[in-house]
Design a binder for this molecule. Structure first.
Ligand code: NAD
Length: 379
């Protein structure tokens, strides 16, 4: 609206709404939930899947689309963080150019882990200024975290997620049967994000992990208790994401474990998984919290016991206090000049601090290393 001869103000609001739907056996022929979005008569779908997903599920997915008479172009891209690149992005764009889809009602379908859904989400956000997309997470990390929010991105110039966009999916379909073929290390990787939520906001989830975590991991979350853990984690994650989808509020509980991990992941891109880096960060943060008396020794011991009981190994040899300090400073810059580091307040509570000193990091790393040596001696 025009306010004066030389000033105009534009004000437009768009509601964001999408559903995350549990739909087991998503590509069984009689399951039509993924076709509930977009047109289905004389329709096309552009599907991108992770190369390892292709190995196990390509035939089932091809059969599904041909059974439903959808002309599908199904491509795969190589897996892993090292492929979260501009090259992968451009490969998808070229394939899209060669297989034009209706930009309104033939959504792109992303089937894979967090790397795949982040890349495809970014393509969808930018190709022809935005196409609808559906996400189907096939890793635990994707299931409880990467696929259910609206962040997308690729790594560039040695920086994680430096190019990206906030891009809401049209729908997210959860089919936990994909987890059956996931390597155990990647199951544990996702469990680290669940532990994060438990420590920082949900003492009940922590107890659930203590009681049913090991069994659920053993059964790749195909059991009823596994369902309960996954649903509770997703609920908790969404409670944090929904009111702050675009991260206007920089004090995010879900950033617990995401301060020092940034440096760790950047330095060890090819051999350290996201959840593993997050767990190391959580332990350093928790020991700083302990020295500030935010959390008791008893609760710290429960956290260490849980990790041990779930069979997750912590490689403390890669902790380098100078690098963690640099990572904190980088995140401070990212968080608009304040550290805003989430810290546990007991188990299930959270507070934020802005005044962590380098010495506290050095002490916490030393304590963590000592604890690991003690554990090793007892083993
Ligand atoms: N967008 C977000 O909000 C958000 C949140 C958390 C993490 N992330 C991103 O997610 C990425 C990590 O995701 P990830 O841990 O899923 O890693 P990933 O996508 O690399 O997948 C892990 C491995 O599992 C394989 N795989 C996937 N599904 C499989 C299946 N069903 N069976 C067998 N193998 C399978 C993949 O090929 C890969 O080798 C990071 O890049 C991180 O930045 C994004």
């Amino acid at each position: 609206m025009k306010e004066s001869a030389s000033r105009w103000r534009v004000n437009y609001q768009q509601a964001i709404e999408y559903e995350i739907i549990n739909s087991p056996h998503l590509f069984q022929l009689q399951n039509d939930s993924i076709l509930s979005v977009g047109k289905t008569e004389q329709a096309r779908r552009f599907v991108v899947m992770d190369r390892n997903v292709e190995k196990y599920y390509a035939e089932e997915i091809h059969n599904y689309f041909s059974h439903h008479q959808i002309e599908a172009k199904i491509i795969s891209i190589p897996s892993g963080e090292e492929h979260k690149t501009l090259e992968s992005y451009l490969t998808i764009v070229q394939e899209l150019d060669a297989f034009p889809i209706n930009r309104r009602n033939e959504p792109i379908i992303a089937i894979g882990g967090g790397v795949l859904t982040d890349i495809v989400g970014f393509v969808a956000s930018s190709y022809r200024r935005g196409l609808p997309h559906l996400k189907v997470p096939t890793t635990l990390m994707g299931y409880v975290d990467a696929s259910i929010g609206i962040k997308t991105g690729i790594n560039i110039n040695g920086n994680k997620n430096r190019l990206g966009a906030f891009a809401p999916p049209q729908k997210v379909f959860l089919d936990k049967t994909f987890l059956k073929t996931l390597p155990k290390r990647h199951i544990l990787n996702g469990v680290c994000e669940i532990i994060k939520l438990a420590i920082i906001k949900d003492a009940d989830l922590f107890r659930l992990l203590e009681t049913h975590g090991s069994q659920s991991i053993e059964e790749y979350f195909q059991n009823a208790e596994g369902d309960l853990i996954l649903d509770t984690a997703i609920q908790g994650m969404l409670e944090e994401l929904e009111p702050n989808l675009f991260e206007e509020d920089l004090m995010r509980k879900v950033d617990f474990g995401h301060t020092f991990s940034y440096g760790l992941e950047t330095r060890h891109e090819t051999n350290l998984l996201h959840g593993e880096a997050v767990l190391l960060d959580m332990m350093v943060s928790s020991l700083i919290a302990k020295s500030r008396q935010f959390i008791s020794e008893e609760d710290i011991s429960r956290i260490f016991q849980l990790i041990d009981q779930l069979g997750i190994e912590l490689d403390t040899t890669i902790l380098d206090s100078d690098m963690l300090w640099a990572s904190l400073n980088e995140r401070t810059y990212h968080r608009d000049g304040l550290q805003r580091v989430p810290m546990p307040l007991g188990i299930g509570g959270c507070t934020f601090v802005n005044d962590i000193k380098q010495d506290e990091i050095i002490n916490a790393v030393k304590k963590l290393e000592d604890r690991m040596i003690l554990n090793y001696d007892h083993a």
